[in-house]
Design a protein. Structure first.
Length: 109
């Protein structure tokens, strides 16, 4: 079990995808640049290339973990993590999005 105090440390925010492209020499990874309401866009590297084409993601509002430690994946900094549902029985994933127009950087509670 995770305590409420532990869970409250996770910073979930709305991120709007501005750039999405395949990571060279990878069949699974996409490099995303997101507007999360900060001065500069955030870069995320996500293993969703087998489920989404880069052009499908532009303009989508997705949910990201914004205060995760930075990781280097294939030489690229990943400055957060997107949230997705793993629909194993259907062989796909579904990105968690908002159901209305929510500004970039809005905190999820």
């Amino acid at each position: 079990m995770v305590s409420y105090d532990e869970f409250s440390k996770i910073e979930l925010k709305v991120g709007i995808v501005k750039i999405a492209e395949l990571v060279p020499n990878s069949e699974k990874l996409l490099r995303l640049e997101l507007d999360v309401g900060e001065e500069k866009p955030r870069q995320l590297v996500a293993g969703i290339a087998q489920h989404y084409k880069p052009e499908e993601l532009i303009g989508k509002s997705i949910i990201v973990v914004a205060n995760l430690d930075i990781r280097t994946i294939r030489g690229l900094e990943s400055q957060g993590m997107l949230l997705a549902a793993d629909l194993e029985s259907e062989g796909r994933v579904a990105l968690l999005t908002t159901d209305s127009n929510v500004p970039a950087g809005t905190r999820i509670k």
